[in-house]
Ligand binder design. Sequence first.
Ligand code: AGP
Length: 611
Amino acid sequence: MCGIVGYVGDKESAPILVSGLKKLEYRGYDSAGVAVVSRNTLNVVRATGKLRNLENRVSQEEPKGTIGIGHTRWATHGRPSDENAHPHSYKGVAVVHNGIIENHLALKAELRARGHHFSSETDTEVFAHLISDELDSGRDLPEAVRQAIKQVKGTYALAVVCSSDPNRIVCTKDASPMVLGLGEGQNFVASDVPALLEHTRDIVYMEEGDLAVVTAQGVALYNRQGQLVNRPTRRIDWTPMMAEKGGHKHFMHKEIWEQPRAVADTLRGRMLLSEGDVHFEGWSLSPEKVRALSKVTILACGTSWHSGIAGKHMIESLARIPVEVELASEFRYRDPIVDSTHLAIAISQSGETADTLAAFKEAKGRGATAMAICNVMGSAMTREADISVLTNAGPEIGVASTKAFTTQLVTLYMLAVKLGRMRGTLTVQQAQEHLTRLTEVPKMIEEVLKCETSVKRVARDFMSSQDFLFLGRGPMHPVALEGALKLKEISYIHAEGYAGGEMKHGPIALIDEKMPVVVIAPKQPHVAYEKIIGNIEEVRARGGKVIAIIDEDDTHVASLADDVIRIPPACALLAPVVATIPLQLLAYHVAEMRGNDVDQPRNLAKSVTVE
Ligand code: AGP
């Protein structure tokens, strides 16, 4: 997830690009840059960190030109740095890109063999080189871009300017968003509408495979087959704030609904289906080292700790390594037993949580191999790690973690498959079956999101409750913990998450007719379906209200529960991804109905960088 803007008209482009990028900072903030063209000269200005750093450089260097492109970056390939900041340029061609090029290593190798030198670690830079080669072979800019994208596997929204063709921006997209803004004697390109609202409300949404040639006078749009097409112009009447949230009332709601895309991005380029293996960029653990591992220690806080518990089920079951899941804030003050046969995995959305970072350093200092599963490339944890695996969820703005959690779960599942293959606990065929299931997850999330209407009804019925209990067994235990955490952090209702078997050891005393109990009960042997039905009976016997999360075809639990929310059936280890989503929606709607500040709940911070 990155932000792209482009401008062509009769005004100086750099200030317009910077102001457009400010509206897209929610899409990434690792680095930013602009490339403007004036009289066959390309000027590129880039800066690491927040946009104000770029703003300062632009005001010092004052790059001139009435055509240009800009970018705000969310790093996926290559750490945040000036060299890795977009635009990337080569021989007068400058590109900005949002997406992931899966075959960039192979393309770089081919280009190097033809004498090209790269100045960044990014996948994007190959576009500048490929386009430049096509121009050298006599093609014009639109055709050069068309030929370049034919060589690329992956996703992209791409905007290109070129010093030898200084009056047009060429842009194209596949699976990453791109819109065109239409003005009078000036036209615009952007990843998202908020960047354009200051200048125009007439927007054209590009479709998959479209290529646009944008000049000050107009826009020509071609489909994947190269035919000239007309796409409708829509008049946008959103406020800038509504536009940033993509029409959703809150970032949290937008992020819940983004999960099919976020999970697809987590999986992208990593599933080696035919080999039954997983590719993680920068993976440096040898098979001998993996086979010699005696323990995995997962270190995390809050929601990330919950994903760690689900990860324990995955890694133990598929790779047969003992896994301990530690609250980072406790681990760091113990005298933990760690040695060089241990793999310490820090899980963190931000990569900056103080307790997780300190625990991670402690484990590494005692000899463990340090792996970070993080959403933010270049964060403190990825810098500390021997190996970093990015979750690629894109920026999460809502304080309550949603897409960060589900992308952590699928990352852990991929890791479990990879470790299982390396340790020989999974055959190629078994690994292929697991990977095939993973590819189905984005579709399953799309399906489960359809439950929002039933969730809203449940939220309305229980929004005034004072307490909630969440129960789940096996891999559904962390889902119960996460459901309770989500509800308490944004609705301020007291909620407890429990393993079903623990209910009779205490919490059962709390149950009366005022107590809603959310039971996560997909029909799986690992989830102890029969036992969880026992829990439901115990709650009913004490007058408690049962809200059950069940498989689509479950009639038995449906006959026992007061309310049901149906989810598509998934295998036990992946069911947490699907089962969590109704609980995110439940917390969201209860909080919203109670009039709470959903995105910035009281007393909480998105990233807890203090002890
Ligand atoms: C979850 O909704 C939280 N706001 C919180 O528990 C969070 O997961 C925790 O602070 C850890 O953050 P991290 O993933 O950025 O390390």
